[in-house]
Write a protein that binds this ligand. Structure first.
Ligand code: CP3
Length: 352
């Protein structure tokens, strides 16, 4: 079995599998060249040959254990009929869906493949072209984070517009979350059928939810997605990333049914291991919890700064997780100012 899938199935490997969030992207000159040729980021996403090529670039250069489909979490709102564009230097802009009237104008879930077809084609191409030991990860945004962009129409520091709707009109907001949940089940199911071997749900803004809302809008939709995928794809592991969940992480791990939880850089690994890794107690002790694999959680800033701090911190993470199922990764995406030479240094530190 591929190393990533072994770790996701609960095995503790001597050398953890490694991949990096946002491993394809602007810190790589070969990515910038493809994007310049394509004209825009979305053109790369919707052109299977180009999306395949940029997915493979970091695999060729660094030999990661996993490739992540090149796409974006905002393709789902676009497929639901919401206008989307990326403004250079500013990020995404969507036509805001701020109430149930706007929600009613969106398309039904069974029409999203008209837009998302090329993404499935990219997955199919990758499952043929990836080296045999490299696992293919599909992904989607988790409903809360996708909703935060759909409602505000852009990145926001505190997801204020979506949180305001949530408290003012909980029923209407729950309808939006349900629509995204259904669309995500469909979208990830199609990615799996096209060849994705694991899928990840990015809840980048989970940290802005108060505990009760976290349970309703970060745990419950993810639980539903995992359960729905398991009906037809029992063997395909789901990685959850409730970034910023803090003390809510263990509840997320226990309640959603995910195989692995991705940790942001603020999470202390000893605590994460104690509260979420499979228990060491004997299976019949009555104390054990099934536990999850843990992924993370190097500070992405170290990919900019490098040096001894990078090597020491990376080795510290490997040591802290030894004996538990672990996938080495960053605590969030690698940034455009990261140095590719530091990625090589990181791989040497992790793989020894
Ligand atoms: O290697 C990979 O991970 C590639 C696939 C990927 C992208 N975005 C490509 C991308 C993945 C998994 C994502 C996820 C994503 N997209 C998230 C969740 C992860 C996270 O970072 O928290 C979010 C919140 C988005 C939404 C998004 N996409 C924003 C806010 C932006 C603009 C900000 C930015 O970083 O530029 C994007 C653009 C984006 N998505 C780029 C890439 C490579 C940069 C686009 C470009 O080339 O200009």
């Amino acid at each position: 079995m591929k190393n990533l899938l072994r770790a996701l199935s609960g095995e503790a490997l001597d050398v953890p599998p490694v991949w990096l969030m946002r491993q394809a992207g602007r810190y790589l000159p070969e990515y910038r060249a493809v994007r310049a040729r394509a004209g825009s980021f979305l053109e790369v996403c919707y052109t299977p040959e180009l999306a395949e090529e940029v997915t493979l670039q970091p695999i060729r250069r660094f030999g990661f254990d996993a490739a992540i489909l090149f796409a974006d979490i905002l393709l789902v709102p676009q497929a639901l009929g919401q206008g989307l564009r990326f403004v250079e230097g500013e990020g995404p802009r969507l036509d805001p869906v701020g109430d149930v009237v706007a929600l009613g104008r969106l398309k039904p879930v069974d029409e999203i493949d008209e837009v998302l077809g090329p993404v499935y084609e990219t997955v199919a191409r990758l499952s043929r072209s990836l080296p045999g030991e490299v696992a293919l990860i599909g992904f989607a945004g988790a409903p809360w984070t996708v909703a935060s962009y759909m409602v505000a129409g852009r990145s926001t520091p505190d997801q204020g517009p979506a949180r305001a709707w949530m408290y003012r009109d909980p029923k209407g907001f729950a309808r939006l979350i349900d629509l995204i949940t259904q669309a995500t089940v469909h979208y990830l199911g199609r990615q799996i059928e096209a060849g994705a071997e694991a899928v990840k749900l990015f809840d980048s803004w989970a940290g802005s939810l108060a505990p009760e809302m976290f349970t309703r809008f970060a745990i419950e939709p993810v639980r539903q997605i995992v359960a729905a995928l398991k009906v037809r794809h029992r063997h395909v592991p789901v990685i959850g990333f409730p970034r910023g969940a803090g003390a809510m992480y263990p509840q997320f791990a226990a309640a959603t049914g995910v195989a692995a939880v991705a940790l942001d850089s603020a999470v202390p690994l000893g605590w994460a291991r104690d509260t979420m890794s499979p228990s060491d107690s004997p299976p019949d002790s009555g104390l054990e919890s099934p536990g999850v694999a843990l992924q993370g959680n190097l500070d992405p800033m170290l990919m900019v700064t490098g040096g001894a701090a990078l090597t020491e911190t990376a080795k510290g993470i490997v040591a802290a997780m030894r004996g538990a199922p672990h996938i080495f990764n960053l605590g969030h995406g690698i940034t455009p100012d990261a140095n590719p030479a530091h990625v090589e240094q990181l791989l040497r530190a992790v793989r020894g």
